[in-house]
Design a protein around this ligand. Sequence first.
Ligand code: DC
Length: 231
Amino acid sequence: MTDRRCSVAIDGPSGAGKSTIAKAAAARFGFLYVDTGAIYRTVGLAARRAGVDPHSATAVEPLLPGLDIRLDYGPDGTQRMYLHGEDVSTAIRTPEMSMYASAVSAIPAVRAFLMDMQRDMAQTHSVVMDGRDIGTVVLPDAGLKIFLTASLRARAERRLAELSAKGDPSTLEDVLTDMARRDEQDSSRAAAPLRAAEDAVIVDTSELTLAESIERVCALIREKFGPEAGR
Ligand code: DC
């Protein structure tokens, strides 16, 4: 069987620039960009709305069968998340939802519940998919795996700039503390912890501009899939 679909897995800690870089690279090659963090955030929001402790597997698991989570793309091509038909794409982007997402994502049943949704996207489209375990668990056969990272400080400064632009009052201290906690939570969990796949290319963006980071990732895609990728 000849399958011309290309899969690019981009994993790494929060604030490394994964989503911006992955989105730009996907647009360049005409691949679909899949932000898997947004899916975990939607489960986090559901837990928040149900008033349950997001760290408690026994509290979160019973919610899963009743959850209607959908991922779609708006007319401008941006990924939208729907919870029971409501567009929650903005509601999931708060610092509180980051912590909820990180907490529920440590629950194995949550990861299993979201697996098919993620794999289906890669079966039907050429994708650039970003997350924490894409190269290690979700798409272990991805044609290209990239582990995108940067120093904690560089990541916190970038995240602060994003939050400030949205009018969020968080300080650098707040962001550093939250990020260090989330790094620790995402890397130390038993279920699919954040780590680079053995065959991932490590890209450290601490000293790179955004434009340079995008070029680096696009160069890796071209090298792997050829100059005709996406055409
Ligand atoms: O990428 P993000 O910050 O939107 O992700 C939110 C949380 O979801 C993150 O702290 C860990 C979790 N996550 C995960 O466990 N696996 C993924 N593939 C993506 C996100």
